[in-house]
Design a protein around this ligand. Structure first.
Ligand code: PLP
Length: 393
């Protein structure tokens, strides 16, 4: 049996791969500390769990409209109005099976073979693969460390061709934690409007901001930018609901309608129970969202200092999300390796610390650590890395 060409170049998700490897070692009895996972370590807030139970008991366990329950769309509209000050209609919203599925469906409906999507590096692992699955071509533009891993408007202009269809903006960013300012977004947005480039704005880490940093959605900066942008968001990271699989897309009606049509033939609808749980997530108190943010911030402040003291590691302070993205090639070389991938492998095998190599994010010299785990484990992990460096360097 020969598989379709479509999947022949597909790379497995680096993040999920390392998490699985760490789990195998753990199952085999090793004391592994996994800093690979991209999910909050808190349980989903209790009132959300109650809403799910209630939905099941009331028999809300059947198909829902493909684009999502009207009551959930209403909550998403209220959230966008409240947080971003943008007014959307229900026909401009689709509820999907996580933000990942919203992005996948979006690329399927906007890309024809050969259409280009500008993806700033370092990028979240799934953007390029999703673009390729839609027969599009990822065009990488390097977000340089000296510019906080963000692309400049000049770089954007230089990467535009007649085939450019979309630009991906992920702010706060996975893996760098950096945020585009309002001014930077306005500049990038102006170029996208001039060249009719759709802006895909992945705002999944919107609620996780530190040191008083503010998040702006590019869609809120003008009515024209609202029309030119598809916002992607969801409850996975904000409400610790990764397993519930609820995300959404908001934007142009024609695009949302095509996405809904595609979903009606591929998934029918996101799980009904999860949709009811998400209604409660948006309607209920938001204090646990803030409690989790504060916990991430205090861990970041402790662990950032410690990591930067390890020889060969150099890290910018993230402004949001829950990842540290240090340059680690010097540490790798000090330990006798030519690349960060081999160094990461050695750290897992010898010190039982699982990090994700930057190669999966289009930045080979870097490594990603998630601090969505207890401070105790984080401190132990950093200690193990420091011990390893003390041994080998
Ligand atoms: N976008 C980014 C930047 C992410 O990091 C992730 C998850 O890791 C997602 C989207 C997908 O989130 P969801 O769980 O809602 O599919």
């Amino acid at each position: 049996m020969k598989l379709a060409k479509r999947v022949s170049t597909l790379s497995p998700s680096t993040t999920l791969e390392i998490t699985a490897k760490a789990k195998d070692l753990k199952d085999a009895g090793h004391d592994v500390i996994g800093l690979g996972a991209g999910e909050p370590d808190f349980n989903t807030p209790a009132h959300i769990l109650e809403a799910a139970k209630d939905a099941m008991e009331k028999g809300f366990t059947k198909y829902t409209p493909s684009g999502g329950l009207p009551a959930l769309k209403k909550e998403i509209i209220n959230k966008l109005q409240h947080d971003q000050r943008i007014t959307y209609l229900p026909s401009e919203i689709i509820v999907c099976i996580g933000a990942k599925h919203a992005l996948y469906t979006l690329f399927q409906v906007i890309l024809d073979k050969g259409d280009e999507v500008i993806i700033p590096t370092p990028y979240w692992v799934s953007y390029p693969e999703q673009v390729k699955l839609a027969e599009g071509v990822p065009v990488y533009v390097e977000g340089k460390e000296e510019n906080q891993f963000k692309i400049t408007v000049e770089q954007l202009k230089q990467s535009i061709t007649p085939k450019t269809k979309a630009l991906v903006i992920n702010s706060p960013s996975n893996p760098t934690g950096m945020i585009y300012t309002k001014e930077e977004l306005l500049e990038l947005g102006k170029v996208c409007l001039e060249n009719d480039i759709l802006i895909v704005s992945d705002e999944i880490y919107e609620k996780l901001l530190y040191d008083g940093n503010k998040h702006f959605s590019i869609a809120e900066l003008s009515p024209e930018l609202k029309e030119q942008t598809i916002i992607i968001n969801g409850v996975s990271k904000s409400h610790s609901m990764t397993g519930w699989r609820i995300g959404y897309a908001a934007g142009n009606q024609m695009i949302i309608s095509a996405m809904t049509n595609l979903a009606s033939h591929s998934t029918s609808n996101p799980t009904s129970i999860s949709q009811y749980a998400t209604i409660a997530a948006y309607q209920g108190p938001q204090d646990e969202v803030e409690m989790m943010r504060k916990a991430f911030e205090s861990r970041l402040n402790i662990i950032f200092e410690k990591l930067n003291k390890i020889p060969g590691f150099h890290c910018l302070k993230p402004q949001g999300a829950f990842y540290l993205f240090p340059k680690a090639i010097d540490a790798a070389k000090m330990a006798g390796f030519n690349d960060v991938d081999s160094f990461v492998k050695a750290l897992l095998e010898e010190e039982k610390v699982a990090l994700v190599p930057g190669s999966g994010f289009g930045a080979n010299d870097y490594v990603r650590l998630s601090y969505a785990t207890s401070l105790d484990l984080l401190e132990k992990a950093v200690e193990r890395i420091a011990n390893y460096m003390a041994k080998v360097a």
